[in-house]
Design a protein around this ligand. Structure first.
Ligand code: HEM
Length: 146
């Protein structure tokens, strides 16, 4: 169970990154081209947000299973334990709040170009936070590329 969730969580990152890039590029180009907001645009933003939420749920489940999460003595002094116990989850939840807020705010705008602009800004901020909070192999946190 733990191993399966860990692999799913690790692989899911790529799906989320691809979806976020698609949603951001779509919002930016249509904002600049003053395009109409179609149901397809709504779906792109919605699916991206839903997949980010699925990743959040897997992450929360992992939080209760992972041996890398510990509040034992001196855990803040140990780089890997501190990262997975405090930093990773907190920053990812912040990213998820930004993306969810972006989706909700864009939905309430009446003007198409404002919808695209709002999606673009919030999803981009969310992507930046996610990129900084992934335990990439070069950060020496013991995680891999997949
Ligand atoms: C967009 C959101 C997220 C992304 C892209 C993401 C990505 C990742 C990646 C790439 C790993 C390394 C997996 C490996 O190869 O070993 C990882 C590990 C982990 N993540 Fe996330 N994560 C996200 C959200 C969360 C959240 C919200 C939590 C908890 C509240 C969480 C908890 C964990 C834990 C506990 C591990 C360590 C698993 C282990 O190796 O034992 N993640 N995450």
């Amino acid at each position: 169970m733990y191993s399966g969730l860990k692999h799913a969580h690790s692989g899911f990152r790529w799906l989320i990154l691809v979806l976020l890039v698609i949603a951001i590029v779509n919002a930016y180009t249509k904002w600049k081209n003053r395009s109409d907001f179609t149901p397809k645009d709504k779906k792109i933003g919605l699916f991206t947000m839903i997949f980010c939420h699925i990743q959040l749920l897997i992450g929360i489940a992992l939080y209760f299973m992972s041996p890398l999460v510990s509040f034992g003595e001196g855990f803040m002094k140990e780089k890997v334990t501190r990262f997975f116990t405090i930093e990773h989850g907190t920053m990812m939840i912040l990213a998820l709040i930004l993306i969810t807020l972006g989706y909700a705010k864009a939905k309430r705008k009446t003007d198409a170009s404002q919808k695209f602009k709002t999606t673009f800004i919030y999803y981009l901020l969310g992507l930046i936070v996610i990129l900084f909070s992934i335990p990439w192999p070069f950060r020496s946190l013991g995680a891999g590329w997949f």
